[in-house]
Design a protein around this ligand. Structure first.
Ligand SMILES: Cc1cc2nc3c(=O)[nH]c(=O)nc-3n(C[C@H](O)[C@H](O)[C@H](O)COP(=O)(O)OP(=O)(O)OC[C@H]3O[C@@H](n4cnc5c(N)ncnc54)[C@H](O)[C@@H]3O)c2cc1C
Length: 415
């Protein structure tokens, strides 16, 4: 839709992603929704075969040296298959590999990133614990320093790829005496092996087929060379990882919502009531108009944020833009799907159309990878910080003075 903002090369890669979308058999989508497929390795292998995984990484590790805008075009297209396809596409190649590419050693890139982008192995990201996800720096999974290895004990919850992944990027407490929670954790690569158990697979409302599970780690030996970044340095890893984590999951929601709006547009231009095609009722067409407007606004925000990341602007501003995008895009897409279901009427609530599946799937978008409430906390924090710090530079004019009684100092009471 925003082709005029993309380069020829970006359009070419976006079209490669569209070809992959065409390749996916209908039965795979249905089987994932029934959890008959627990983790779609075949799909990821095909994406890898087309060199679509991790396209923004250096070529030497299997990427294509693309930028974030290009990554967004791919993620949006993959989202059209269903949100869960984009989840599994993203978790290993876009999140876990991003952390290793930015903070890991060459040995880690060789051992984990290259084979993952080839589709030979699969990864999952382990932040959330049964005790909580929003304040994940309070993690209680322990990695005890035993000299040349860490001994990991704990549990992680809701892990996409908990069933199916070969290795995990796990955040664990390595410094029990740290002054702040942000200095207590390390990011570790944990191979599936002795002591790693997939304990429970969740019955999900939507987004099925991704092997979302609870994992138990019991006396798991993790060699020190598997620390990503510095020991106790998970905060730095998370700080960069929140870009793919939140911007990525935001833009893929646009793709996930798109088919619902398209199906509803087509349906309402054929379905009749009171002797008329229902799209002729403003009560119907205005709901489609709102849905389309929300998707366009979401896309504008997502791609503007991707541009900002590509431009390498100040990290505080990025954090705000990414968090705004995550909240605004996911909630806008949910509203767009809500409208789509509404105008299709009763049949939209059945499995005759896929809108009900899309509705179930996109509900996750404003919960996982940081809830909307957490996004608001970050936006508020960053905005106040930025505004108060830059107040003098920001003042193009003293707007407060532009009031009739601006000098009524006795009325400007703050305490
Ligand atoms: C299908 C699915 C897949 C997932 N995949 C993964 C994965 O692959 N890896 C992974 O690590 N995690 C994953 N998650 C976990 C997900 O990221 C967490 O569920 C999410 O971050 C919220 O954490 P929580 O469920 O513990 O809720 P809680 O943290 O308990 O929050 C409950 C409610 O309280 C609100 N809340 C909490 N703190 C505040 C506050 N300070 N101010 C205002 N409101 C607040 C939250 O916004 C939320 O509404 C997945 C979850 C699901 C459901």
């Amino acid at each position: 839709m925003f082709d005029y903002l993309l380069t020829e090369e970006q359009i070419k890669i976006r079209d490669e992603a569209r070809d992959l979308v065409k390749w996916v058999p209908r039965q795979m989508i249905l089987d994932m929704d029934k959890d008959a497929i627990t983790f779609p390795k075949e799909f990821l292998r095909e994406a890898a075969r087309r060199n679509l995984l991790g396209c923004r990484y250096p070529k030497e590790w299997g990427g294509r040296e693309m930028d974030w805008v290009t990554t967004c075009t791919i993620l949006e297209e993959i989202g059209t298959l269903g949100y869960e396809f984009a989840c599994v596409f993203g978790v290993g190649a876009e999140l876990v590999c991003d952390a290793i590419i930015r903070h890991g050693t060459d040995e880690q890139k060789e051992k984990y990133v290259k084979p993952l982008l080839r589709g030979d192995i699969f990864a999952a990201e382990c932040l959330t614990e049964p005790r909580g996800g929003s304040d994940f720096f309070g993690a209680t999974t322990i990695a005890e320093d035993k000299g040349d290895y860490f001994l990991v004990n704990g549990q992680k919850r809701f892990i996409v790829g908990g069933e199916g992944a070969d290795f995990f990027l796990l955040y664990a407490r390595t410094d029990p005496n740290a002054a702040t929670p942000q200095k207590a954790l390390s990011a570790l690569i944990v191979d599936r092996g002795p002591g790693v158990e997939t304990k429970y697979q969740y019955g999900l409302m939507g987004c099925r087929g991704g092997g979302t599970a609870r994992l138990v780690f019991r006396d798991v030996r993790v060699p020190k060379e598997n620390v990503v970044g510095k020991i106790h340095g998970a905060y730095d890893v998370f700080n960069t990882m929140m870009i793919p984590e939140r911007l990525g999951t935001a833009v893929m929601t646009i793709g996930a919502a798109r088919p619902a709006v398209e199906i509803a547009t087509s349906y309402t231009s054929r379905r009749k009531a009171f002797g008329q095609v229902i799209a002729q009722f403003e009560g119907v067409s205005f709901q489609i108009a709102e849905a389309v407007m929300l998707l366009d606004a979401a896309r504008a925000m997502g791609y503007a944020t991707a541009r900002a990341v590509d431009a390498g602007i100040d990290m505080h501003r990025i954090r705000r833009m990414v968090s705004e995008s995550k909240k605004f895009i996911t909630e806008s897409c949910q509203k767009a799907v809500h409208n789509a279901m509404q105008v299709v009427g009763g049949i939209g609530y059945t499995t005759v159309f896929p809108i009900e599946r899309i509705f179930r799937d996109v509900r996750l978008a404003s919960i996982w990878t940081g809830t909307s409430e957490v996004m608001s906390m970050i936006v508020a924090h960053e905005w106040y910080r930025e505004f108060l710090m830059e107040k003098k530079d920001r003042l193009t004019r003293d707007f407060e003075a532009d009031a009739e009684e601006a000098d009524a100092a006795d009325e400007k009471i703050y305490e």
